[in-house]
Design a protein around this ligand. Sequence first.
Ligand code: 7TS
Length: 407
Amino acid sequence: MALAALESTREQFPILKETIRGKRLVYLDNAASTQKPDVVIDTISDYYRHSHANVHRGVHALSQRATDQFEHARRLLQGFINAREDAEVVFTKGSTEAINLVAASWGRTFLQPGDRIMLTEMEHHANIVPWQVVAQQTGAEIIVVPILDDGSLDMEAMAKLLDERVKMVGVTHVSNVLGTVNPILEITQMAHAVGAKVLVDGAQALGHLRMDVQAAGVDFYTMASHKMYGPTGIGALYGRRELLDAMPPYQLGGGMIRSVTFEKTTYAALPDKFEPGTPNIADAIGLGAAIEFLSPRLEDAHHLESELTLYTHERLSEIPGLKIHGTAPGKAGTISFTMADVHPHDIGTILDSEGVAVRAGHHCCQPLMARLGVAATARASLALYNTREDIDVLASALRRVREVFGL
Ligand code: 7TS
């Protein structure tokens, strides 16, 4: 993307004009949540001003309008990830709810004592805890694929651990701490060879790289709108029809039934079976706008963020005592680091005083923190509106941290 085009993209994010403590905002907390372009903000506002009514119910014009926009958003998402049909895209609150849906519905139905659920050392708690509970309920066992020192997944270890006892492989597409991009096609091929299903947690991926769920052969793929320039409170689960059809509903109520008597209920077809109650209509439509914004820019953004990731590594490596956690080849723009004995929260606070927003903590990855031998890290994470200048500000703010702590 030419610099001018990038500038015009920045212009579309009103929040980037905010000043923080008198300084220009340098927003580097995109892995937690990206900012929103005008088109997403305006789409949501327009929806409430001109189109709101409940979906899938009314015979009246507004309900029809809301339903059309809501279902259009689903088709945009289907196209974005290249799902075979729109019914394979189920709206959820986010990636967390999508994983809970699969763990509770698929897991409780199909797992048995002696079965294994394979996770990785770099999973977010959202892709650990639901499986742990399902393992307790079904008698299945969790096994964990380790990472290598550079933050790559240990594929040899995965190959050794994979056998017919493994029924589900749950793996993140991109690590929210290390930035590692996992080889999803290779993983699905290995897993399918032993008859296991694969759930990929796409929360950190879809805002930054192109995903084709059919080409990658995934069984389930989870999405978080707010990390891809869309609103909070909405996301989706992609599942292959054959699997979703065989799964019982996860939550029950109105909108997901075919017929109800006090004796018996039959369920609606996909995707309604998994969408009881009034959905988050406005934010689904906002997510549709985010996809229309992101999709034409995605390859340029990917290229730009890859270059900026290398630049960030270069600049941060110049700072004495700073250690970057996660250096896998081809990694995404999520850069976690620690600085001597300085607590990451102190790093975050000093950076904030310079207008730089980063995240500090365990990033909902306590098992990974244990593997890295740290309690927490500071994390700078990139989006398509970040610039070299942002990274220069980060680097000089980190030098300020050294001064404050007399390093
Ligand atoms: N999976 C991964 C890999 C994540 O990074 C996150 C959120 C989730 C799942 C949960 O997604 P949600 O949409 O349901 O919230 N990760 C982070 C983070 O790194 N900092 O804040 C939230």
